[in-house]
Design a protein around this ligand. Sequence first.
Ligand code: CMP
Length: 145
Amino acid sequence: MLELSLVMVKPHAFNKKKLGKIVSMLEQNEFSIVGLKSIKLSKELARRFYFVHEGKEFFERLITYMSSDTIAAICVQKENCVKDLRKLVGATDPTKAAEGTIRREVGENVEANGVHASDCIENAKKEIRFFFSDIELFSFQYLDY
Ligand code: CMP
């Protein structure tokens, strides 16, 4: 099934100019780039994006990190996009991520692990809507998100 998902390039990866490499890995794996923007999150926006992790031991560190510098939000499209993207992104801990995954290539540690990817279709819809309006998304083959 044709789906959309969201990739967020984290501050250290963006700062170290890994955006091009990440886009290239996405394209080489048949993901189409539907929307792309760079933005610096405020702490409040980072809290809203990561609200499901509120209360966890790492939450405040994650918010401070994610609002520390520019990030990029990328909306991608593919058949079975959400599952295939999670596979390409790899395990949360880059040292445990498989060879050829994005986190293995650009991740440094569990926090600065290169990218975030939506974990299910429902969250992909919410996360895409968090960053993009209708007119910012490439409209051909645009799904009812
Ligand atoms: P991400 O996919 O962006 O979703 C939540 C993030 O929390 C996760 O990637 C990690 O970067 C970060 N994080 C920090 N510490 C932990 C931890 N102990 N367990 C899981 N995620 C963590």
